[in-house]
Design a protein around this ligand. Structure first.
Ligand SMILES: [Zn+2]
Length: 339
């Protein structure tokens, strides 16, 4: 199928009907191109779903795009973010600064944002390089893969699964869909059979699902993500308003398709591991998997993300009893169990 993806330059703010507008906000230097920020009408002032990347060009696109559909950014009453990532929550603080809006996010992502604020940059770097070493990255690559994220603004309101967002006259309910982040939420506009899907369900691509630190064995983000897809599929054939790409019908069908894609990927990884009986590091497994370009062409940062994804797949297979973690070795190693 030919991708319907169009560059940011071809995107325009749109009235998508029913008191909802979409405003494309660029993500400078990122192949994803843009975040779709949605504005919902409300008697107290519009509420935004996500806010976009924190960059002057993005701010101009957000405030200018809202103005183009008749909304003054200073009248915004609230920003509910689907998850804490910078292309979603980045501009929430600036919207709050000019409008006094509240910021809401799921409590699990709020806890991560709190942690990012509390961690000094140096602590963050040593944490990351240690995690990369334990995954089997070579020291040179590990040095280059370390990044220094800027934390988004702390939320004023913490949401839990099932909570209604403060949107008088309408019913916008948080649906906890962990996987892409622990506190990712979709937002169900129940009075209009629409679902704001954030990054959880996108029409053409699938979101990054990784595990950090890579060697954690107390969480299973890919397992959570697959359960969250089932959860969204159970909501029925709602219209999806995603944070990237384009609006599409029947979120349940797309959720089922993504679930199938990951189930197949897990089967392929299990088969790959069975051909390599010696215990492998997360880095070695990542290098064996198929990415959108050859492993050696990935930048250190992309290799770090690929390793996160490999780790999430290994952990999901471990949780299903199909691979085992070799005890007491550093870096951590995995091997297939006989089935
Ligand atoms: Zn994201």
């Amino acid at each position: 199928m030919k991708s319907r993806r169009r560059p940011y330059a071809e995107q325009r703010p749109q009235d998508v009907g029913g008191g909802v507008w979409s405003v494309p906000v660029p993500i400078p230097g990122n192949p994803l191109g843009y975040t779709l920020v949605y504005a919902l009408e409300s008697p107290k002032g519009p509420v935004l779903v996500d806010a976009g990347w924190n960059h002057p060009d993005a701010w101009d696109a957000l405030s200018g795009g809202l103005a183009a559909v008749g909304i003054d950014v200073s009248s915004v009453s609230g920003v509910v973010v689907t998850h804490f990532h910078p292309d979603h929550a980045g501009l929430a603080g600036q919207v709050k600064d000019v409008s006094g809006a509240w910021i809401a996010m799921h409590e699990d992502d709020a806890a991560l944002v709190r942690l990012m604020h509390d961690y000094a940059a140096e602590e963050h770097e040593s944490f990351q390089s240690d995690m990369l070493r334990r995954a089997g990255a070579d020291p040179g690559e590990a040095r280059q893969a370390v990044s220094r994220p800027t934390p988004p603004a702390l939320p004023d309101r913490r949401l839990r699964d099932g909570d209604l967002v403060d949107l008088p006259g309408r019913k916008l309910r948080a649906v906890h869909t962990p996987g892409h982040t622990p506190g990712h939420i979709c937002l169900h506009l129940e009075d209009a059979d629409r679902l704001f899907t954030g990054d959880h369900v996108l029409p053409d691509i699938t979101p990054h699902v990784g595990i950090y630190p890579y060697d954690r064995d107390d969480v299973d983000p890919l397992g959570d993500f697959l359960d969250s897809l089932d959860r969204v599929a159970d909501l029925g054939p709602l219209d999806a308003l995603p944070a990237h790409e384009w609006i599409f019908p029947d979120v349940a069908a797309r959720a089922a398709q993504i679930r199938h894609h990951h189930d197949e990927k897990l089967v392929r990884l299990r088969a790959l591991l069975a051909q390599r009986p010696e215990p492998l590091t997360i880095w070695e497994v990542a290098a064996m998997m198929t990415w959108n370009r050859p492993w050696d062409d990935l930048s250190p940062m992309l290799k770090g993300m690929a390793a996160g994804e490999a780790a999430a797949h290994l952990r999901a297979l471990e949780a299903r009893g199909e691979v085992r973690r070799v005890p007491g070795v550093d870096p951590v190693r995995f091997q297939a169990l006989d089935s």
